[in-house]
Design a protein. Sequence first.
Length: 98
Amino acid sequence: MEAYINLRKIGGNVLLAICDAEILGKTLREGKIVFHVKEEFYKGRKVTIEEAVAMIENSTIVNMIGKNVVKKAVEKGYVHPEAILNIEGVPHAQIVKL
């Protein structure tokens, strides 16, 4: 399983965007929520899910979307299951380290 990662340094923060490779470019809808998995934001290097989730350790802000990546982040203890937002059945989670 693969994911796209896009790593950026913004001021004193390290922003990591991760999405499951198969949902890049898709638009998800759930009620009033319209979520675009934009290439401009998520597309960077293609890596394994394990490599993508390992990068969370050195990031201060993380946006992730996709069943595989969010599941792995929960397994590794980075995301609490109750902090996940499902959009059209696809889990989305954010991490902000203060």
